[in-house]
Design a protein around this ligand. Structure first.
Ligand code: PMP
Length: 290
C-alpha cells in the first residue's frame, strides 16, 4: 500500500511497549537491478529472534522473500536502499507480553547512502550506560524496545560532541557500539568479542569474519577491555547501515591520527566493494528493475 495510507492505532501494543522484532537489509543499485545483501541470513536471524522472544508468528521464507522482492519492484528504485522488515502487533492490549498478540509482517524501503561520513574516522565515547545484560534483554534479538539502550548511549555521545558510543557489559568488557558490532586490530591480530557476549549476531560481522579467513588475516574472539581499545591500531564498527568504518578517537584518545582508513579497514572495504560490484556472490539476490 502507499506509505501514507499505512495507518496504525495509537494504542497499539508494539508502539506502546516496543514489542517489535526487526532487521535492516541493504540493497545496492547496480546495472538496472537491485542486489539484496544476505536476504536469507536476515530471514534466519528474524526467525531466531521470534523464537528467542516467544513471538507467536511463523515467518515463511518464500513469503518473506516474495514480499521483499515484490516491494522493491513496486518502488523501482534507482539508488541504494535500506529495507526494513519488522513484525508488530497492532492489538490495543495493555499488558506487556509477546504471547497472545496478533503479529504481522510489514516492510518498507527507503533511499540510503552512507549512514556515517565514511571519509573520516568516528569520534567515539564509551557510554556510561551499560549494554543491557543478556539476562535482562537478549542482545541476539533485534527487539524494538531494546533500542532505548542504544538511544541513551547515542544521545550521550552527541551531547559530548561525538558521533557514537561503545557499550560495555556489566563486566566492563567492550561488547559493541550502539548499533554496530566492533573489531579491533591489536598487534597485527583482529580481535572481536565472542558470540555469546552482549552483542547482536551481526551479518556484517559474519561477512567480515569470512573476509579475514579468505585473506589469512589472524583473528580471534576474546574479551576486549577499555585499555585494549585505547591502545589498538584500528577500531572498526561493523553493521548494515555503518558498513565498515574506522575510528579516529575514543574517549579523547586518538587511535588513528591520520584520520584515514587503516590497513585492515581498507582491505575489508575493498573486498566488500568488489563483492557488490561483481554482483556474483551467492550472498546477493538480484532483482531486475525497469
Ligand atoms: N549491533 C546492533 C545493536 C545493531 O543494531 C546492528 C545493526 N543491525 C549491528 C550490531 C550490526 O548488525 P548487522 O551487521 O546485521 O547490521
Amino acid at each position: 500500500m502507499p506509505y501514507n495510507e499505512a495507518k496504525l492505532p495509537l494504542a497499539m501494543h508494539s508502539l506502546q511497549y516496543g514489542t517489535t522484532c526487526f532487521t535492516g537489509i541493504r540493497g545496492y543499485y547496480r546495472d538496472k537491478g537491485l542486489l539484496i545483501f544476505r536476504l536469507k541470513d536476515h530471514w534466519q536471524r528474524l526467525v531466531n529472534n521470534v523464537k528467542i522472544a516467544g513471538i507467536p508468528f511463523t515467518l515463511d521464507w518464500d513469503f518473506f522473500q516474495d514480499t521483499i522482492i515484490g516491494l522493491i519492484k513496486l518502488n523501482n528504485p534507482t539508488h541504494d536502499i535500506y529495507i526494513r522488515p519488522f513484525l508488530f502487533a497492532e492489538n490495543e492490549a495493555l499488558s506487556p507480553r509477546f504471547d497472545g498478540l496478533d503479529y504481522q509482517l510489514a516492510v518498507y524501503v527507503m533511499e540510503m547512502g552512507d549512514y556515517y561520513d565514511t571519509t573520516r574516522g568516528m569520534k567515539l565515547i564509551t557510554s556510561t550506560w551499560k549494554k543491557n545484560s543478556n539476562a535482562s534483554i537478549p542482545s541476539k534479538a533485534k527487539l524494538g524496545g531494546a533500542y532505548v539502550n542504544a538511544a541513551l548511549a547515542t544521545t550521550e555521545a552527541h551531547r559530548l560532541g561525538c558521533d557514537d558510543a561503545l557499550m560495555m557489559n556489566e563486566l566492563n568488557e567492550v561488547v559493541e557500539a550502539s548499533v554496530a558490532n566492533i573489531a579491533i586490530v591489536y598487534k597485527g591480530e583482529v580481535l572481536m568479542p565472542d558470540i555469546g557476549e552482549e552483542q547482536l549476531e551481526g551479518i556484517t560481522r559474519d561477512t567480515i569474519i569470512s573476509f579475514l579467513q579468505e585473506e589469512n588475516i589472524p583473528f580471534r574472539y576474546g574479551p576486549i577491555d577499555r585499555s585494549l581499545v585505547y591502545t589498538c591500531d584500528e577500531l572498526l564498527l561493523l553493521g548494515t547501515a555503518s558498513q565498515v568504518i574506522f575510528t579516529y578517537s575514543i574517549d579523547g584518545r586518538v587511535i588513528n591520527s591520520e584520520n584515514k582508513p587503516g590497513k585492515i579497514c581498507q582491505i575489508l572495504r575493498d573486498k566488500f566493494k568488489k563483492l557488490i560490484d561483481e554482483g556474483k556472490s551467492p550472498w546477493l539476490t538480484r532483482v531486475d528493475l525497469l
